[in-house]
Ligand binder design. Structure first.
Ligand code: ZN
Length: 622
């Protein structure tokens, strides 16, 4: 029966890690590189546990001093969860160290006569004596597991430590911060998956035909898709190119669910005569998602773990490969939606009509660029004004939510019709955060001076500490930044997300919209734009009470979308007999490596694509 573990045990475990690290190599003149790696990991874990001990001691000291100064009980708001997670992490470390200890002692049992079995207190001496005889090759399976676990422990603890330093220097609550959610998610993931891969918890999404299904075409796409992979040291710094022609390894998403079965890097190098990932293995972590970043040129970010948690960016995707990339993004997102048990800024759960539904992060502004840069946010609704000062930061998040489109009742991740501008106050008031819903039609305007940005006619929500929330439609939200440059950046990010939402509207059926009809068509040229094996989708937007026809090439490189108000539908219907051409408003979307261009003009309705109308099209009188 294992004894309970406290954070205070960190220092004892640190000493155990050092001792094991020493013992694992002693008596071996030429240790195989695998054992050297385990030794290095044990030392690194010892160091991390030592730092946890020092760090928590410092924290407790400063809390005591603070309470003496103020005469109040020091606030532990936000800290409770964090330390509970840390306690679990320390416990996980102990389990792995004990597994290692056990592993080493088993060899001692083999090498020693049965009657001379010593008590566990002095076995280390004997291990030292007999270690060199151990046949490592026969037990690499278990050693690999231990090695993988050690890697996660070190990464989690270092992440936790960087989170503590971050919140100490910024005096931020960090509730929404990447680091904090990464720590809790990592801990969740470890306890659920890595420690006992057989015990994988899975909800019943992703049945036949869902996006999570790994069909043969998926594998084919995964191998065809090539991109440039870089590593970002810090947001804003020049990324380091790891491989100019990287691709996902076949079955890479499965390593999220069963990391022990699918060990190895999730990326492959496809450069002729090169091998850019030699010796470096990037693996998925619980928050791994491929997320589009708010930048002019298309960039996707994914967090992976090698020696530490790393932000990798995917660029240089050819327009012809967009559908293949989207397929991989969907596979990982669907897996995350299935696995997620806790809410974070990456994945959250909400109540649906038939049970819980997950939402998965799809686009985001770059974190930390607005930290400490927002002076105030004013919400204006009629004659009411509410001004919030003391703001930590703002984020822009856009999610996709599980939903059904069409009549096949498949569960897909569909774009929400809005993005969230999340305003995060410093932890001083009753409101934990404000959410401003930006849509594709939201107007972003300049404020009263160069440091202000205005957002017009938006739905706003405040989430309060007691769990309640208030919702309100605002005529205007005015955000004042510390500098004109920050205001410019914020405005850029807001405009970028409205454009992104518009692009989604032009290419996909979105959450709560209805697919009226859908079919594959032969290649077609509309004005100057060539669409190869396009899908024709007629979508009904219940909010605007508007139909639209989406014609989208199978590669997602180009699309033409026509809005079809009632009057246009009637003209199309009437012209069936007369043969007169109908020219609805059309949007031409063209993707390049540098981004997407949208052109708007009147264009001929491609009636020939909709020949032999289906029953649904008949209902629309097309
Ligand atoms: Zn390469």
């Amino acid at each position: 029966m294992a004894a309970p573990v406290s954070i205070g045990d960190a220092i004892l475990l640190s000493q155990l890690a050092y001792r094991l690290g020493h013992a694992v190599i002693s008596g071996r003149k030429q240790a195989p590189s695998g054992i050297r790696e385990v030794q290095n990991q044990l030392y690194a874990l010892g160091k991390a546990l030592e730092s946890v001990d020092q760090c928590t001691e410092k924290q407790i000291q400063s809390q005591i001093q603070q309470s003496l100064r103020t005469g109040h009980q020091a606030s532990t708001e936000g800290g409770g969860d964090r330390y509970a997670a840390l306690g679990m992490m320390v416990k996980n470390c102990r389990d792995t160290l004990e597994q290692m200890e056990n592993f080493m002692s088993r060899y001692r049992d083999i090498e020693q006569p049965a009657d001379s079995k010593s008590s566990s207190s002095n076995w280390r001496k004997e291990v030292k004596a007999n270690w060199k005889k151990i046949r490592w090759t026969t037990e690499t399976g278990e050693l690999d597991t231990i090695r993988g676990n050690l890697k996660v422990h070190i990464a989690s603890l270092n992440l936790f430590l960087s989170g503590i330093n971050h919140s100490q220097s910024k005096q931020a609550d960090g509730r929404l911060g990447d680091v904090h959610s990464m720590v809790s998610d990592l801990h969740e993931w470890f306890t659920k998956n890595l420690k006992d891969p057989r015990d994988t918890k899975k909800r019943g999404v992703g049945g036949p035909g869902s996006t999570a299904t790994n069909s043969p075409t998926t594998v084919h796409h995964a191998l065809d898709l090539v991109f440039e992979l870089s590593r970002e040291m810090r947001p804003g710094s020049t990324p380091l190119v790891l491989c100019p022609r990287a691709s996902f390894r076949s079955g890479w998403v499965d390593s999220l669910v069963e990391p022990s079965k699918h060990a190895g890097s999730i990326f492959r190098c496809r450069c002729p005569g090169e091998s850019h990932f030699d010796g470096v293995q990037y693996r998925l972590v619980p928050i791994s998602l491929v997320v589009r970043l708010a930048r002019q040129t298309p960039v996707w970010q994914i967090f992976c773990v090698s020696d530490e948690i790393t932000s990798l960016v995917i660029t240089g995707v050819a327009p012809a490969d967009l559908a293949a990339l989207q397929e991989q993004i969907n596979l990982l997102a669907a897996s995350q939606a299935n696995l997620s048990a806790t809410n974070s800024s990456s994945v959250y759960c909400s109540a649906g009509e038939t049970g819980p539904i997950s939402s998965v992060l799809d686009c985001k502004s770059e974190t930390s660029q607005f930290q400490g840069q927002i002076t105030s946010v004013t919400f204006i609704s009629g004659a009411d004004r509410f001004m919030q000062h003391s703001i930590d930061t703002v984020h822009i998040f856009h999610y996709r939510t599980e939903g059904n489109v069409g009549e096949d009742m498949r569960r897909n991740l569909l774009h929400q019709t809005w993005a969230e501008l999340v305003v995060q106050p410093l932890a001083t008031g009753p409101t934990t955060r404000f959410i401003i819903r930006v849509t594709r039609l939201t107007n972003i305007v300049n404020g009263n001076d160069l440091r202000a940005v205005g957002v017009l006619d938006v739905f706003c929500e405040s989430q309060n500490e007691d769990g309640s929330n208030d919702q309100r439609k605002c005529d205007k939200v005015e955000i004042v930044c510390a500098t004109a440059r920050s205001a410019q950046k914020l405005r850029y990010n807001l405009e970028w997300i409205t454009q992104q939402l518009q692009l989604q509207y032009l290419q996909f059926p979105r959450l709560s919209e209805r697919v009226v009809a859908q079919r594959s068509c032969r290649d077609v040229m509309i004005d100057h734009l060539y669409l190869s094996s396009p899908q024709a989708i007629i979508v009904f937007d219940p909010e605007k009470q508007l139909h639209r026809l989406i014609l989208r090439s199978s590669s997602l490189a180009a699309a033409v979308t026509m809005e079809l108000p009632e009057a246009v539908l009637k003209r199309i219907h009437d012209s069936t007999s007369t043969g007169a051409e109908v020219m609805p408003q059309a949007y031409f979307v063209e993707h390049s490596r540098d981004g997407a261009e949208v052109e708007t003009r009147l264009s001929r309705f491609p009636r020939e694509l909709l020949e032999a109308p289906s029953e649904e099209l008949g209902r629309l009188s097309l």
